[in-house]
Design a binder for this molecule. Sequence first.
Ligand SMILES: *[C@@H]1O[C@H](CO)[C@@H](O)[C@H](O)[C@H]1NC(C)=O
Ligand SMILES: *[C@@H]1O[C@H](CO)[C@@H](O)[C@H](O)[C@H]1NC(C)=O
Ligand SMILES: *[C@@H]1O[C@H](CO)[C@@H](O)[C@H](O)[C@H]1NC(C)=O
Ligand SMILES: *[C@@H]1O[C@H](CO)[C@@H](O)[C@H](O)[C@H]1NC(C)=O
Ligand SMILES: *[C@@H]1O[C@H](CO)[C@@H](O)[C@H](O)[C@H]1NC(C)=O
Ligand SMILES: *[C@@H]1O[C@H](CO)[C@@H](O)[C@H](O)[C@H]1NC(C)=O
Ligand SMILES: *[C@@H]1O[C@H](CO)[C@@H](O)[C@H](O)[C@H]1NC(C)=O
Ligand SMILES: *[C@@H]1O[C@H](CO)[C@@H](O)[C@H](O)[C@H]1NC(C)=O
Ligand SMILES: *[C@@H]1O[C@H](CO)[C@@H](O)[C@H](O)[C@H]1NC(C)=O
Ligand SMILES: *[C@@H]1O[C@H](CO)[C@@H](O)[C@H](O)[C@H]1NC(C)=O
Ligand SMILES: *[C@@H]1O[C@H](CO)[C@@H](O)[C@H](O)[C@H]1NC(C)=O
Ligand SMILES: *[C@@H]1O[C@H](CO)[C@@H](O)[C@H](O)[C@H]1NC(C)=O
Length: 468
Amino acid sequence: MALSSLFTTLLIGLLLSRSQLVIAQLSHDQTILVSVGKELGVSGWGLNSSDYCSWPGIGCSSNNSMVERLVLSHRGLQGNVTLISELKALKWLDLSYNNLDGSIPPAFGNLSRLEFLDLSANKFGSSIPIELGSLRNLRALNLSNNLLTGEIPDELEGLENLQDFQIFTNRLIGSIPMWVGNLTNLIVFTAYENGFSGKIPDNLGLVSELQLLNLHSNQLEGSIPESIFSTGKLEFLVLTLNQLAGNLPELIGNCRGLSSIRIGNNKFIGSIPKAIGNVSSLTYFEADNNNLSGEIVSEFSQCSNLTLLNLASNGFTGTIPPEFGQLTNLQEFIVSGNSLFGEIPTSILRSKNLNKLDLSNNRFNGTIPETICNTSRLQYLLLGQNSIRGDIPHQIGDCVKLLELQMGSNYLTGSIPPEIGHIKNLQIALNLSFNHLHGVLPPDLGRLDKLVSLDVSNNQLTGTFHLH
Ligand SMILES: *[C@@H]1O[C@H](CO)[C@@H](O)[C@H](O)[C@H]1NC(C)=O
Ligand SMILES: *[C@@H]1O[C@H](CO)[C@@H](O)[C@H](O)[C@H]1NC(C)=O
Ligand SMILES: *[C@@H]1O[C@H](CO)[C@@H](O)[C@H](O)[C@H]1NC(C)=O
Ligand SMILES: *[C@@H]1O[C@H](CO)[C@@H](O)[C@H](O)[C@H]1NC(C)=O
Ligand SMILES: *[C@@H]1O[C@H](CO)[C@@H](O)[C@H](O)[C@H]1NC(C)=O
Ligand SMILES: *[C@@H]1O[C@H](CO)[C@@H](O)[C@H](O)[C@H]1NC(C)=O
Ligand SMILES: *[C@@H]1O[C@H](CO)[C@@H](O)[C@H](O)[C@H]1NC(C)=O
Ligand SMILES: *[C@@H]1O[C@H](CO)[C@@H](O)[C@H](O)[C@H]1NC(C)=O
Ligand SMILES: *[C@@H]1O[C@H](CO)[C@@H](O)[C@H](O)[C@H]1NC(C)=O
Ligand SMILES: *[C@@H]1O[C@H](CO)[C@@H](O)[C@H](O)[C@H]1NC(C)=O
Ligand SMILES: *[C@@H]1O[C@H](CO)[C@@H](O)[C@H](O)[C@H]1NC(C)=O
Ligand SMILES: *[C@@H]1O[C@H](CO)[C@@H](O)[C@H](O)[C@H]1NC(C)=O
């Protein structure tokens, strides 16, 4: 029996020359493609049957004509994609942005040479097939933007070559498995907009050079693991809208290339570590709606590229560090809903790029500086609900770009400067209510014909004006 089967093998080997073997495979892939094209309604295939390697979306190997790349994104495809698993030489499969539904075919687990698999932006449902764990050569797996349910299967643990692992915007649940932290090549991991719970694995980033971690909009709890900062390669960190608690680790200062930190809407406590000053690439820092406290650290001023700083709705106290005047790229400075006091920070107002200054709902108790718009191009000046005293300076008219001016609930005195009526762009709101303003309403206010909301109530004002 053994002898006869050996003989058969030899015979076949002799009968089929190398080129015949290639041709056999060649026509095999062609047959598969024709079927796949029919099933999915791919346009532009089969017209030129002699040269399927030149059909749109297909790439063949150079030495023979086996299909290695199949790129069929944005083609409105529907139907059964299972047959694609017969294209044994596939290395690159991109079916993103179609209307594919049902389960991801378990047979894709047979594409053992696959390095890139992108099934994102379809309607694939059910759970992630465990068979995908056989794709040992996979470097990128993108299942994002589907309707996938269940947990991340532990069988994927063997995907040791994974660099990009993207599963955002699905209906996945359970915890993020510890083995994700053991993927030594992992660079990008995105799992946002799912139902993940439990803790972020405390080995994540320990053995790989993680650059992008985005886990926003889940139900994750526990603290930020120090491990994600350990190699210092992190560039984007997004953890917004979870139940995370604890302190922001000092080790964050290790990541000079970290440009975006978004940790708003969690339960973080404690102060921001001074090491933040070592994060020299920092561009966005968003930590609103937490329970952070202490003073706003002046070290932020070392992050010269800082464009947005949002610390709203926390427990910060103290004054705004004058060093913030060095932040010439700052566009939005938002610290509403804290317990900050002192003067309105004139140093920040020197920044030519400042577009939004939101100091509302604090205890600021200074006066409005005459230089308010000497250099800045403010569109949003939000100073309501503070203890700001003194007169509104006539120079407020220099704020020609203003869309919204909120100064309600302060201790402002004097009269309303007519120059406010010359801020032609003012359209969202002008709110001077609940102050101690007196005198006659300037008729010029009637020139603000784009204004949607005007509130000058609860002052000692007289007179009327007409809208032009
Ligand atoms: C097949 O396609 C190639 C390249 O697109 C073209 O040059 C050739 O004329 C086509 N042959 C037939 C039979 O349509
Ligand atoms: C063709 O090249 C690939 C690598 O690109 C190699 O794996 C395969 O063995 C080659 N096939 C033949 C028939 O030479
Ligand atoms: C898709 O096709 C395969 C065979 O190619 C078949 O086994 C499978 O049941 C089909 N799936 C669906 C959902 O029809
Ligand atoms: C994978 O390929 C083997 C051999 O061709 C076949 O028996 C098996 O059914 C395939 N697996 C899947 C999940 O289709
Ligand atoms: C899916 O992920 C891969 C790897 O990160 C990426 O190259 C690709 O652009 C993503 N696909 C889409 C449609 O964003
Ligand atoms: C991760 O790797 C470490 C060290 O190799 C090993 O001890 C641990 O069991 C692994 N964890 C998982 C969940 O695979
Ligand atoms: C910031 O970096 C400097 C220089 O590498 C280092 O000496 C210092 O300890 C770091 N400070 C913090 C708070 O991480
Ligand atoms: C600031 O941004 C610019 C432009 O993106 C970049 O060239 C520069 O290296 C950044 N500076 C720091 C300190 O990261
Ligand atoms: C916020 O922190 C303070 C102490 O710093 C604590 O008293 C308070 O209960 C915390 N609030 C929330 C909502 O966790
Ligand atoms: C502003 O408030 C702080 C803290 O309550 C206080 O120490 C300071 O004297 C006040 N400044 C003015 C000008 O009232
Ligand atoms: C306004 O800025 C100019 C330079 O842009 C400066 O010369 C002038 O002194 C400033 N005015 C005030 C009141 O600071
Ligand atoms: C104006 O501001 C005050 C105090 O912040 C607020 O109570 C009031 O609702 C605002 N008016 C309008 C029209 O929004």
